[in-house]
Design a protein around this ligand. Structure first.
Ligand SMILES: [Zn+2]
Length: 79
């Protein structure tokens, strides 16, 4: 595995001359919440498929993994 040296060469910070005021004021990405954006990830057998609801996750599991396990290997928001 590659590793970084304990000291990295320093370099002067440069001013961002390409972003416009509009881009800074209206960033493309935004923070969200579990209520706004539910996320369920199927971690069964390293599948890691992203699904919008628990119901959709269960339908996917039944179809693609032939299991109705609704407890283990689910990654979702920390609540
Ligand atoms: Zn899956």
């Amino acid at each position: 595995m590659a590793s970084l040296p304990s000291l990295l060469p320093s370099k002067p910070a440069l001013q961002d001359t390409t972003s416009t005021k509009d881009e800074v004021d209206n960033p493309f990405g935004k923070a969200t919440t579990p209520d706004e954006t539910p996320i369920f990830i199927c971690a069964f057998e390293e599948c890691y498929r992203l699904l919008p609801t628990h119901k959709a996750l269960m339908a996917h599991r039944k179809k693609d993994h032939q299991t109705e396990d609704d407890e283990s290997s689910i990654i979702t928001w920390n609540t």
